[in-house]
Design a protein around this ligand. Structure first.
Ligand code: UTP
Length: 287
């Protein structure tokens, strides 16, 4: 049984400057709630109720979001806005959420390393705090199912267009049944160097041996300790699999994915979906 998840959310978000200068990118709204709430919900919907969020300087808003606000609740009680109170309580009671600070933004591998004491000696899920997935079965639940079959680390991948390959970690694989065995991984290769078109999307189930591998990992692309490089070491001591998950992923650290995800979620909302659809059709006729 997998019960713990780690959500790294300490990154600087330079691709989304200036919006992310003074607010965490994980708190950017996607339609009506912050990005990280979708991420926590995916973990909870996958059966995980013990979550560690890796934060850093300037990320206080994340903790405040999942906390209770008695002042706000009292004001709402006075105004008899009970439905809003329920909504606020729901985000405060989603799961047991713990926090730890990554002192320096030394990369995703280093961020995950901060979770070693929380994780202990169990397999655990990693969900990037700036990435949303939309699918019938939550992406992490799909991975946990595969973990239970293969009893090995497994990472979600998707097919990537050639022009986007250099923004992803890319895997070299051998297909086995409905998964792939990972032969190698390369962080942000040029399209010519890429060993396949399968990109890592930011959802993982990892065995605890990853921490020893991170400890041994030297700074890589961008001078950062890359999780991809640590998984390269892990695959030399035990099998690591990739799974082409069923669904769509959005990297909210990029402007285009932030826009697309907001539109998709808004189009599916009862309250504003029909009006937005009509508006988009009219707009497309004009441009
Ligand atoms: P990114 O690779 O998008 O890096 O992080 P970034 O620094 O946040 O953003 P850019 O590239 O400057 O725009 C993927 C996830 O890993 C976390 C981020 O918060 C994000 O959720 N992360 C990244 C950390 O927690 N610590 C780090 O040192 C780097």
């Amino acid at each position: 049984m997998l019960v713990k998840a780690v959500i790294p959310a300490a990154g600087l978000g330079t691709r989304f400057f200036p919006i992310t200068k003074a607010q965490p990118k994980e708190m950017l709204p996607v339609y009506d709630r912050p990005t990280i709430e979708y991420v926590v919900k995916e973990a909870v919907d996958s059966g995980i109720d013990n979550i560690l969020i890796i934060t850093g300087r300037g990320k206080r808003a994340i903790e405040d979001h999942f906390d209770r606000s008695f002042e706000l609740e009292n004001t709402l009680i006075k105004g008899e806005k009970f439905d809003l109170i329920e909504e606020l309580e729901a985000s405060a009671n989603m799961a047991d959420i713990h926090y730890i600070r990554q002192k320096e933004q030394k990369g995703l591998g280093d961020a995950i390393f901060c979770a070693r004491k929380f994780v202990g000696n169990e397999p655990f899920a990693v969900l990037l705090g700036d990435t949303i997935t939309i699918s019938e079965t939550p992406c992490t639940k799909q991975l946990i199912k595969k973990y239970e079959e293969y009893k090995a680390s497994i990472i979600a991948v998707e097919k990537v267009n050639k022009e986007k390959i250099s923004s992803y970690g890319i895997v070299k694989v051998t297909p086995i049944n409905d998964v792939y065995r990972i032969e190698d991984l390369v962080e942000k290769p040029s399209p010519e160097e890429a060993p396949s078109d399968l990109g890592i999307i930011g959802r993982y189930v990892l065995t605890p041996e990853i921490f020893e591998c991170i400890r041994k990992t030297k700074p890589g692309v961008g001078g950062e300790i890359q999780l991809t490089d640590a998984i390269r070491l892990l695959k030399d001591i035990q099998a690591v699999y990739a799974y082409n998950f069923q669904g769509r992923r959005y990297d909210i650290g990029t402007k285009i994915d932030w826009l697309k995800s907001t539109i998709e979620i808004a189009l599916n909302s009862e309250e504003n979906g029909p009006e937005l659809k009509k508006y988009l059709k009219e707009l497309l006729n004009k441009v």
